[in-house]
Design a protein around this ligand. Structure first.
Ligand code: ADP
Ligand code: MG
Length: 728
């Protein structure tokens, strides 16, 4: 635990591969840890030496000013050094528990110490007569004496004078483990492994960004110098913190940039904008004029389509912002150039909905169109596939059946992936390769353009991480005349009023959604569940109405059947789990109740709410919460009452719950940082992106001398998640 170890530190000369091998040493092999402690640390997700090094203090305590006990101020957090002159364990009959009391004395006075919960390690490490440094909040005790409850403490026997007054890092730790054990192991890890922290960031970048090398940064965050600025440490904004964060962002952005560069070396199709036979006619058929945002996004798409490189563009926009028509116009551009366009939707119902909506236009434009889903009979399927494979069908809509059937689309020019977050990377890639036929990849063929669509708008910082390898367009304006969905929070007590409001809508001939977070009752959670409530409600409050139930554990045929009955108005109240989230369009549904709203993310609630307010009648959304006593939870949900802009809601969601909750775990892999935080550190992210792209601009394949270790680190850290295997 000597500071000199870090002050004369030399940047590592160890090759990156060996660095990672060393850093991935299991913690049980770190001196002093052992298998039992290692197992406890695993509970915090700390498995390797690297994990421990990145386990940064969540807070720093200022112990640079050790006061005399006489100067203790009630209400302040302070540090004192003294001798433990009394120590006593008392049994309190009323609570049937033991408490530990002590007295700390220096030459100016005494201070009472109290522990109401006596952890074994506390009792073990305190000895009467010992010299202690204690830290905590001073309180008023009995009589004139001041006291401290559950103070932090450490024995002074071993420490030298210098060691006493300092900034103390506080770590998250497993219960029953002392803070000083964690600090000892971290120091041990720094001693032995600091030289293996890969610090290869090129000098020019480090100088420009004012960052220090990783090893030094790591030493500084764990053992801040006495002169360090404690405020910036606590804000994770010290130079050391920024260096570690920059390092994390930089490699990810380098990887994303590399993927993007790789794509631009592939051959694509140059669609020309000269041929306007279909797009022009379509403009005349449109029942409305495009919004400014739609126009802008469309022209961004057209630019990509004209370029000889394959397009990979994500169009994000709120539910109802009119992405469908934009994608349809892009498809027509491909078709008027003599190519085929493929549209992939996540469910049969959505595929059918798009098919029905676009069929009218297609017929007027004489564009041959087909629907391909799993539920076609084998005869229908064969005919449809033949039409596509002969190149006669210009526009096809389908589910992943398109991929499963291994359809060959000989003149595929554009692939559209609707609700893209519902598909995995494999499925997206498979769509791209339909032109090769039967899953074969044919690199000699020009790659089709790909348009991804997402109705979950995400903040710019998150987009830079998740979609950093593609272009992103935002339809950030709603078509005119939308009536915002009136949103209100309810608690359990107002349930009858709530039901009455729903019944009122139903009597007017409208339809309702009631959404639950769960399918069935679970033993652990006292939650209302869809299955039980559908039964209960149909026998009581909604006796005179027709109810239907859909949830994720039904097979898709059952589910689609009920959804169709709801669409036809045969079912009036749809009890559902979140399976109704995706783009379903039923204008007659004017009211939605979300039960246990506190269990949903804001973006998810916004998605759900987007199922109503799609017709000309005003719609309402009622959010029922059960933990009315939790002010944070309520404040969070209140955002929904006021805010109707999906981008703003996503920002609030990201700030409040983090990317994992915002996106669902499936997609958040790339946003899993050790230290970086997309809200707090968005400016550093921007810097890292700029630097990474500039670096790639002068060394596109990372073959230069300084780039080689960068490439290795990139592979080690992000290779799997970024699927860099094929890029070499
Ligand atoms: P989403 O972006 O959620 O896919 P849609 O494309 O389904 O939204 O559009 C929602 C509704 O808005 C559709 O009924 C569509 O016809 C309509 N719409 C789209 N663009 C405009 C516009 N510029 N003006 C008026 N209505 C529009
Ligand atoms: Mg849509």
């Amino acid at each position: 635990m000597k500071d000199e170890l870090f002050s004369n530190y030399q940047p590592t000369a160890v090759p990156p591969k060996d660095c990672f091998r060393a850093l991935r040493t299991p913690l049980r092999f770190l001196k002093g840890v052992g298998p039992k402690r290692a197992a406890q640390l695993e509970g915090l997700g700390l498995n390797t030496v690297e994990d421990l090094l990145y386990h940064l203090p969540f807070r720093y305590e200022d112990r640079r000013h050790i006061k005399k006990i006489r100067q203790a101020t009630v209400g302040k957090e302070e540090s004192f050094i003294g001798r433990l002159v009394a120590l006593e364990k008392k049994f309190i009959p009323r609570t049937r528990r033991s408490i530990l009391t002590g007295t700390l004395a220096d030459e100016t006075g005494t201070l009472g110490l109290v522990w109401y919960r006596v952890r074994p390690y506390i009792a073990k490490s305190l000895v009467k007569g010992q010299e202690l440094l204690i830290h905590g909040k001073v309180e008023r005790g009995m009589g004139a004496q001041k006291r401290m409850v559950h103070p932090e403490f450490e024995s002074m026997e071993s420490g030298n004078e210098e060691e006493r007054e300092r900034i103390l890092p506080i770590y998250l730790k497993p219960g029953g483990m002392s803070l000083s054990s964690i600090r000892r192991w971290v120091a041990q890890a720094l001693d032995e492994y600091c030289g293996f922290l890969p610090s290869f960031l090129p000098d020019v970048i480090a100088r420009r960004e004012g960052t220090t090398d990783l090893a030094r940064a790591m030493a500084e965050v764990h053992r801040p110098e006495k002169i360090a600025d404690i405020v910036s440490l606590n804000e994770f904004a010290s130079r050391a913190h920024r260096s570690i964060i920059f390092d994390e962002f930089f490699y990810l952005q380098l990887g994303l940039g590399l993927r993007r560069k790789y794509r631009t070396t592939l051959k694509g199709i140059s669609f020309t904008g000269d041929e306007r036979s279909l797009t022009q006619k379509m403009s005349a058929l449109l029942p409305f004029s495009l919004t400014g945002a739609q126009e802008r996004v469309l022209s961004e798409i057209h630019q990509d389509m004209e370029s000889p490189r394959p397009m990979q563009r994500l169009v994000q926009g709120d539910v109802g912002s009119g992405k469908t028509i934009v994608a349809w116009l892009a498809a027509l551009r491909a078709i008027e150039n003599g190519f085929q366009a493929v549209w992939m939707a996540p469910t049969e119902l959505l595929a059918e909905q798009h098919y029905r909506n676009l069929k009218g236009f297609a017929e007027k434009l004489a564009v041959p169109i087909a629907l391909l889903t799993g539920s076609l009979s084998s005869g229908e399927k064969r005919d449809t596939v033949q039409g596509i494979e002969r190149g006669e069908t210009a526009f096809m809509i389908g589910t992943h059946a398109l991929i499963q059937e291994g359809v060959h689309v000989p003149r595929m020019g554009l692939g559209i992936i609707d609700e893209q977050h519902r598909f995995g990377v494999i499925q997206r890639m498979a769509l791209q390769h339909l032109s090769g036929g039967r899953g074969a990849s044919a690199p000699s063929l020009p790659q089709p353009d790909i348009l991804l669509m997402s109705a979950t708008p995400i903040p710019r910082s998150l987009a830079m991480v998740l979609y950093g390898d593609m272009e992103v367009s935002s339809v950030d304006e709603m078509p005119p005349g939308r009536i915002p969905v009136l949103t209100r929070l309810f608690n359990e007590g107002a349930r009858q009023e709530l039901y009455e409001l729903v019944r009122e809508e139903l009597r007017k001939g409208h339809q309702a959604y009631i959404v639950y977070p769960l399918v069935e009752a679970s033993e652990k959670l006292q939650l209302r569940d869809a299955t039980r409530m559908a039964r209960e409600l149909s026998e009581s409050v909604f006796r005179e109405f027709r109810l239907g139930l859909v949830h994720g554990r039904m097979n898709s045929e059952e589910r689609d059947q009920t959804m169709r009955r709801f669409k036809d108005g045969d079912v009036q109240v749809l009890v559902a789990t979140t399976v109704i989230e995706v783009g379903i369009d039923i204008p007659n549904a004017t009211v939605m109740v979300v039960e246990h709203a506190e269990r949903f993310g804001l973006s998810q609630l916004h998605q759900l709410r987007g199922r109503v307010g799609r017709g000309k009648d005003p719609s309402r959304c009622f959010l029922v919460t059960y933990d009315g006593n939790n002010p944070d939870g309520l404040r969070r949900l209140k955002v929904m009452e006021k805010e109707h802009d999906g981008f703003k809601i996503a920002e609030a969601d990201l700030a409040l719950r983090g990317p994992g909750e915002l996106l669902g775990t499936r997609q958040s892999g790339l946003a899993d940082f050790r230290l970086a935080n997309l809200v707090r550190d968005s400016r550093l992210l921007l810097e890292a992106r700029k630097e990474a792209l500039a670096w790639l601009a002068q060394d596109p394949r990372l073959t230069g001398k300084e780039s080689r270790p960068l490439k290795e680190i990139l592979k080690q850290r992000w290779g799997g998640r970024l699927e860099l295997g094929g890029i070499g």
